[in-house]
Write a protein that binds this ligand. Structure first.
Ligand code: FES
Length: 165
């Protein structure tokens, strides 16, 4: 009887010890595999640089005859306002110089109105009310060989710039 109990205790102790050993073994392997996986992911991410593809800063628009004299064309996807005057064209940034909202062209009042904080700009881009600290930037415009106009958002020009037609 006593011998049987001693054997049973030994079996229980062995089983517990073995279970602990196996748990420790698999736990260590789990941690090792986790670190190896993270290292592998880091290496793969390092090998492939993260590139953000942005549209070109230069883009073609229509020919001069496509725009009526006095018109303001909102190029929302490019965030540019194209203005045609008697003498030619100029392109204004459609990003408010206060905190970057997109102003709205108010045809009736002939002004750009920023909906965020009430900033206002004249048709030539000069700020005259509200918090915007400076005029809307004006971008370089040129003619492409095919007669269409081009806007280069990477090159700002003076407030007197006009693409003459
Ligand atoms: S973002 Fe235009 S007025 Fe503030």
């Amino acid at each position: 009887m006593g011998e049987t109990v001693a054997k049973a205790e030994k079996v229980v102790k062995t089983t517990r010890r073995e279970a602990l050993r196996k748990g420790l073994f698999w736990g260590c392997w789990g941690i090792f595999i986790g670190f190896a996986g993270m290292l592998g992911i880091s290496i793969v991410r390092y090998a492939y640089p993260r590139i953000v593809w942005e549209p070109s800063s230069t883009f073609k628009i229509g020919k001069p005859d496509d725009y009526a004299v006095g018109s303001v064309t909102v190029m929302g996807d490019r965030r540019v306002f194209l203005i045609r005057t008697e003498g030619g064209f100029y392109a204004l940034s459609a990003i408010c110089t206060h905190l970057g909202c997109q102003p709205i062209w108010e045809q009736d009042n002939q002004v750009f109105m920023c909906p965020c904080h009430g900033g206002k700009f004249y048709k030539d881009g000069i700020n005259f009310a509200g918090p915007p600290p400076r005029p809307l930037p004006r971008f370089l415009m040129t003619f492409a060989p095919d007669g269409r106009m081009m806007v280069d958002k990477a090159k700002e020009v003076g407030l007197d710039f006009i693409l003459k037609v």
